[in-house]
Ligand binder design. Structure first.
Ligand code: ADP
Ligand code: ASP
Ligand code: MG
Length: 487
């Protein structure tokens, strides 16, 4: 019996080609010496995007889109197989298994094209093909290294509700399946390689957990297995103080809390799926974010307390592809139930409300949702307020998609007066206009809305305002840094 059980997730770039898959297999091989390992794998980078695009193209009646993608995926995966698998019979087995999965995807696309209809269930099945292919590749690469890797479909272990495209795990059922399917494999000394991103309803219908959902798969399995830790292997050194594509001088945070990580993920830090921390936070299972391209780097550790002494601003994050919806007019002052009606309409549109704000005049209710939900939400709002619009009690329902949310994130910020003041005066000095401020900001963030074109400049300004590019040792003892509190 080994002393630890690790769940290790490898993201799309970490299995992006044969060399990356080889590196992932070596990371696992090094860990199995003193730990049991369950691997969770994403599709090779770019594959899920192509699958989703092709599904939508098929919906328009395009009968060739699925075939074209099938040819491309066969070629891409055949190249990887060629490099990774020396044994001829294993190579032949993996090739025919790969072709079978790709043909299944192509036939779903053909059906979609014939019907001119893409059901959420069909979309999930098409989108899941990438993980089914990469799990088999990684499992075989492990076997080549002498580690008994076994590909496992998440449909056998992660039980979810039936919300296609954004399914939620049913943890009791998942725990049961995990103990039936994964524990025996671990008992035999094998390394299960589970497809990320997917699950299945109790009736066995395949679901997906949402784009970027393999992180969530890893923590669902981590919680179900009561793992010692979950390690998310990606293409950056850990969670950084800002998106490195916006702020090249962003630094790796050595340790942050579940709350900080959740807040960062919620407000757009792509490194973690927004729901990642939910399954493990209660059980206190630590999550590491590490770089599969630089495994010598220590990475970021996410724990209940975060860094014991660090307080205050840790990171700046931003999210675009969001829309600001405004319901307004002088008549809404005192009109009973406007807020309730507004948010019921948003809920009926299944829109994910990211931020709520009210203008100071009280004449407007503003909220922000994912842009993909905007048209549906506006339609529901117009239905809900049809009477009030006709009688001019509600004068306008508008949508502005040219915006971004920026959030200043850190633990226990409420105890540090002046962070909001300092944030807004820094932006004021640079002439950056704030469109809306979140209402009732949590202890962990101050968030606000700016014009989309100013997102990068806003993040960069605040990153330097709070000195986040400075040595970790300095900001990690920020509690004693008086400049932070003296606005
Ligand atoms: P994977 O394919 O491994 O799941 P993702 O592309 O989903 O990786 O997430 C990693 C990327 O997240 C990084 O390459 C980086 O560009 C982006 N990112 C955005 N914000 C942050 C942040 N605060 N810290 C680290 N990475 C971030
Ligand atoms: N492959 C899926 C996606 O691209 C899931 C993931 O990578 O986490 O959304
Ligand atoms: Mg990801």
């Amino acid at each position: 019996m080994k002393e630890k059980l690790q769940v290790m997730k490898f993201g799309g770039t970490s299995v992006g080609n044969a060399a990356c898959i080889q590196r992932a297999a070596e990371i696992i091989a090094a860990s199995v010496r003193d730990s049991e390992v369950v691997a969770v794998v994403s599709a090779m980078s770019g594959v899920t995007n192509r699958l989703v695009e092709t599904a939508h193209q098929s919906e328009t009646g395009d009968a060739t889109a699925g075939e074209e993608l099938a040819t491309l995926l066969c070629k891409q995966h055949a190249e990887a197989i060629e490099t990774l698998v020396r044994d001829h019979s294993k190579r032949a087995d993996l090739t025919s298994e790969t072709e079978r999965i790709i043909e299944e995807m192509a036939s779903l696309c053909r059906g979609t094209a014939l019907l001119h209809e893409l059901t959420p269930r069909a979309l999930d099945s098409i989108a899941s093909a990438g993980e089914r292919l990469s799990a088999r590749l990684l499992a075989t690469a492990l076997v080549e290294l002498g580690v008994p890797g076994v590909a496992v479909e998440a449909t056998e272990v992660i039980v979810t509700d039936g919300s296609y495209g954004q399914a939620e795990p049913l943890m009791d059922e998942t725990r049961e399946r995990v103990s039936q399917r994964l524990l025996p494999l671990l008992g035999e000394g094998a390394v299960p390689v589970v497809t990320g991103f997917t699950g299945a309803t109790p009736a066995g219908k395949l679901t997906t957990l949402g784009r970027g959902g393999s992180d969530y798969s890893a923590t669902i399995l981590g919680a179900a297995l009561n793992a010692s830790e979950v390690v998310i292997w990606t293409d950056v050194d850990g969670v950084l103080s800002a998106d490195p594509r916006l702020v090249p001088e962003a630094r790796t945070l050595s340790e942050i809390s579940y709350n900080e990580a959740a807040e960062l993920a919620y407000f757009g830090a792509k490194v973690l799926h927004p729901k990642t921390l939910r399954p493990v936070a209660e059980a206190g299972i630590p999550v590491w974010i590490r770089n599969s391209f630089a495994p010598q780097q220590p990475g970021t550790k996410i724990t209940a307390t975060g860094h014991p002494t660090a307080r205050g601003v840790k990171a700046i994050t931003a999210i675009s592809d969001v829309s600001l919806i405004t319901v307004g007019g002088r008549g809404i002052v005192g009109l009973p139930g406007v807020a309730a009606k507004t948010f019921t309409a948003a809920a009926n549109a299944q829109a994910n409300v990211l931020l709520i704000s009210q203008s100071s005049s009280g004449n407007d209710i503003c909220f922000i949702i994912d842009s993909t939900d905007a048209a549906r939400t506006i339609e529901k709002l117009r239905q809900a307020f049809a009477f009030d619009l006709a009688h001019q009690k509600v004068e306008h329902i508008t949508v502005n998609s040219n915006i971004a949310i920026v959030a200043v994130v850190g633990d226990r910020m409420r105890g540090l007066p002046g962070i909001a003041g300092r944030t807004f005066s820094a932006l004021g000095r640079r002439g950056i206009n704030i469109i809306a401020i979140a209402q009732g900001s949590s202890e962990y963030n101050v968030s606000f809305v700016v014009e989309a074109g100013l997102m990068g400049e806003t993040v960069q300004s605040l990153h330097s305002e709070f000195g986040l590019e400075l040595a970790a040792s300095r900001f990690e003892s920020v509690e004693t840094d008086s400049t932070l509190t003296s606005v």
